[in-house]
Design a protein around this ligand. Structure first.
Ligand SMILES: N[C@@H](CCC(=O)N[C@@H](CS)C(=O)NCC(=O)O)C(=O)O
Length: 314
C-alpha cells in the first residue's frame, strides 16, 4: 500500500567527504535522518537497485524519490526544509556558482593530493576503483604523477586555503558572516578530507590559524540527529511509497526533452561509470528526474542535477 513517507534516508559511509558535506547541512538545518551504510567500493547492489546504476556517494532517499549528487540533495533539502536556510536570499546564485569550483577543481585537487600521497600504500582494489573514477582510463599513470607532483599540488591547495584564511581574518564566525551557509559546508568537506586523509594535512593546515578556528566551529555544528537503517529497509521504503515528484519539462529545454522520453544520464567526467536509464518525468535548468523500475518492480523517481551530468536520448 503506497503512502507518503517524508523520512530522510541517507545512503553514505563515514569516511566519505562528499557525504560529510551533506551531514554538515543536516546539522545546519538540525534535521533528523536515517543513515543507510553503503560499501566504499563498487559494486553496491542495494544502492544501485534504487539509483539504476549511479554508484557515487552520497545518495538521499525520501520515500520513492532518490536524489543523486550532493548538489541535487542540498537543493531538495532546502526546498523541503527551508528554515534555517543555507542559501541566504541575495547570495544563492553566486553560492551555487562557487559550489561548481569547490565540487570540481578544488575537490579534484584534494583527491589527487590524498590518493597521490598514499602512493604504494593504497590497497590495490581501492586504487583500481578510485583511480579509474578520478584519473580516467590512464589512471595508473595519473596516480603515479599525483605522487611525483605532490609539492606542486600542495602549492595549488595552499593558495585557496590562504584566501579563505584571509576571508576569516576579521574573526567572523562563518565565511559569509554570522550565520553558516552552504559555502561553509562546501569548503569544510575539502578541509576535513585533507586534514583527515592526507598524512601531511594537519601540518599543512596549521599555518592557517583563522581557518583552523573556523574548522572547529563548523565541526561543532554537528550532523543533526541520525539513526541507522538497513539497506533492505530502505528498499522496502521505496517499494511502499510513491514518488512525490512534479511532472513536466520547463520551456526552452536545450536538449528538447519531453515527458516520457527515454534517456540515459551519466556524470559528465571520464570515470568509467554506468549510466542510468529511465523516462523523463521532470526537467528544468537545474534538475532532471527520471522514472524507473528495477527487476523486482520497485518504482522510483531518480533526480540528478543538470550541471555536471550528460543526458543522452535513446
Ligand atoms: N558530484 C558528486 C561527487 C560524489 C563523489 O565523487 N563521491 C565520492 C565519495 S566522497 C565517491 O563517490 N567515491 C566513490 C564511491 O563512494 O563509490 C556529488 O557532489 O555528490
Amino acid at each position: 500500500m503506497a503512502n507518503s513517507s517524508t523520512d530522510i534516508l541517507f545512503h553514505n559511509y563515514p569516511q566519505s567527504p562528499v557525504a560529510e558535506k551533506v551531514r554538515v547541512v543536516f546539522g545546519m538545518k538540525n534535521l533528523a535522518w536515517r543513515s543507510v551504510e553503503i560499501p566504499r567500493l563498487a559494486p553496491k547492489p542495494m544502492l544501485t537497485a534504487l539509483t539504476g546504476g549511479y554508484r557515487r556517494t552520497p545518495v538521499m532517499q525520501i520515500g520513492a524519490d532518490i536524489y543523486c549528487d550532493s548538489q541535487c540533495i542540498i537543493r531538495e533539502l532546502e526546498r523541503r526544509f527551508p528554515s534555517p536556510s543555507v542559501l541566504p536570499v541575495g547570495d544563492a546564485g553566486l553560492l551555487w556558482g562557487l559550489s561548481r569550483w569547490t565540487d570540481g577543481a578544488l575537490f579534484d585537487l584534494a583527491v589527487k593530493i590524498v590518493l597521490g600521497s598514499a602512493g604504494e600504500n593504497l590497497p590495490a582494489d581501492f586504487a583500481l576503483d578510485r583511480g579509474r573514477l578520478y584519473f580516467g582510463k590512464n589512471w595508473a599513470e595519473g596516480l603515479k604523477q599525483a605522487n611525483v607532483q605532490l609539492p606542486h599540488l600542495a602549492a595549488q591547495m595552499r593558495a585557496p586555503m590562504s584566501w579563505l584564511d584571509t576571508q576569516l581574518a576579521d574573526d567572523r564566525p562563518y565565511l559569509l558572516g554570522t550565520e553558516p551557509t552552504l559555502i561553509d559546508a562546501q569548503i569544510y568537506h575539502v578541509v576535513w578530507f585533507i586534514d583527515g586523509r592526507w598524512s601531511a594535512g594537519p601540518n599543512f593546515l596549521s599555518e592557517f590559524k583563522h581557518l583552523k578556528h573556523w574548522q572547529k566551529r563548523v565541526a561543532s555544528i554537528g550532523h543533526g540527529t541520525s539513526s541507522e537503517l538497513s539497506p533492505e529497509e530502505a528498499i522496502r521504503t521505496a517499494r511502499n511509497n510513491e514518488s512525490m515528484s512534479a511532472t513536466g519539462v520547463a520551456a526552452n529545454d536545450p536538449q528538447g526533452l519531453r515527458v516520457a522520453d527515454v534517456i540515459s544520464i551519466t556524470p559528465d567526467v571520464d570515470g568509467g561509470e554506468q549510466s542510468v536509464t529511465g523516462t523523463v518525468r521532470f526537467a528544468d535548468a537545474e534538475t532532471v528526474t527520471i522514472e524507473r523500475e528495477d527487476e523486482s518492480c520497485v518504482k522510483v523517481c531518480v533526480h540528478f542535477p543538470r550541471a555536471g551530468y550528460r543526458i543522452e536520448p535513446h
